[in-house]
Ligand binder design. Structure first.
Ligand code: SF4
Length: 243
C-alpha cells in the first residue's frame, strides 16, 4: 500500500529487518544492493498510484538505469527537466562502479509486465493507443534492439535517434514474424497429419494431376528441376523415387 514519501529502500529495509530466518550478512548485502537502486513508486502514477487504487497490492516499481554506453549528450537530462530524476555528473571510477552494479542488478529483474504498459500492447503494437507507443521502450527486447553505435563520439545524440528507429522496428516486426512462424508451424503439423491421405485422394481422383503435382514439388521445392522438361525427366530418373 502507499506509504507517502518514504523511499522504497527504507520500506524494504523495515520488512527485511523483520525476517528472522536469514543471516545478518545476507541481510546487509541485500539492503546495500537495494540502496544503490534508483526505484520510484509514489510519483509514478501509471505504474503505482492508479494501479494501487484499482487493485491494492498490484502496483509496481519504476526504475531508470543509465546505460554504461551513455554518450553524455545530455538529451535525457534535458527532456527529464523539472522532474529532476536525471542529472549530469562528472564521470569517476566510483560512479562507473555504481552504474555497473545497478545495470547488472537490472538484468536480474524480469521484463516489464504488460499490466504496466497501459494502452501499449506489446503483442499487437499496431493496435496500441498512439500516446502510449513510447511505452514500447519499457520492454527489454525493444530497448536492447540497438546493438551498435558505440563508436559514436562522446556527447553525440545520434545514438538516441538510431535507438528509436531500431526499437520501433523490433517492437513492430517481431510480433509479426512470431505470428507468421506460428502459422507455418500450424500448417506443417496439418501437413504431417493429413498430407499423405490428401495425396492419395488426389491420386485416386486424377492420376495426371497427381503426377504433375509430384513433379512440381520435385522441381520447385526439392530443387530437382532441369533446364527443360527433358532435362528434368532425366534428373528425376537418376534421383530415383522422391519422398
Ligand atoms: S546517451 Fe544521452 S540520452 Fe542516452 S543516457 Fe546518455 S546522456 Fe542520456
Amino acid at each position: 500500500a502507499a506509504k507517502g514519501k518514504t523511499p522504497f529502500k527504507d520500506i524494504l529495509r523495515t520488512e527485511v529487518d523483520q525476517l528472522t530466518d536469514i543471516s545478518e550478512t545476507a541481510r546487509n548485502e541485500f539492503t546495500h544492493i537495494i540502496d544503490k537502486q534508483p526505484m520510484a513508486y509514489n510519483d509514478v502514477t501509471a505504474i503505482f498510484r492508479s494501479v494501487e487504487k484499482k487493485t491494492p497490492g498490484n502496483g509496481g516499481l519504476f526504475s531508470i538505469f543509465v546505460s554504461d554506453l551513455c554518450k553524455g549528450c545530455g538529451e535525457c537530462v534535458q527532456v527529464c527537466g523539472d522532474h529532476d530524476a536525471l542529472r549530469m555528473e562528472q564521470e569517476t571510477p566510483e560512479l562507473n562502479a555504481e552504474l555497473t552494479t545497478a545495470q547488472v542488478f537490472s538484468r536480474l529483474l524480469p521484463d516489464t509486465n504488460q499490466k504496466f504498459l497501459g494502452l501499449y500492447n506489446d503483442d499487437t503494437p499496431e493496435a496500441s493507443r498512439e500516446a502510449a507507443l513510447r511505452n514500447h521502450l519499457m520492454v527489454r527486447r525493444n530497448y536492447e534492439a540497438l546493438v551498435s553505435g558505440d563508436g559514436a563520439c562522446a556527447g553525440c545524440g545520434e545514438k538516441s535517434v538510431l535507438r528509436a528507429v531500431a526499437s520501433t522496428t523490433e517492437a513492430y516486426m517481431r510480433p509479426i514474424y512470431h505470428k507468421k512462424a506460428a502459422r507455418l508451424r500450424e500448417k506443417a503439423t496439418e501437413l504431417e497429419k493429413d498430407g499423405v491421405a490428401k495425396l492419395e485422394a488426389l491420386k485416386g481422383r486424377n492420376e495426371d494431376e497427381y503426377n504433375w503435382y509430384r513433379r512440381g514439388v520435385a522441381h520447385v521445392v526439392m530443387g530437382l528441376g532441369g533446364e527443360d522438361n527433358e532435362d528434368t525427366t532425366a534428373r528425376l530418373e537418376s534421383h530415383g523415387d522422391i519422398s
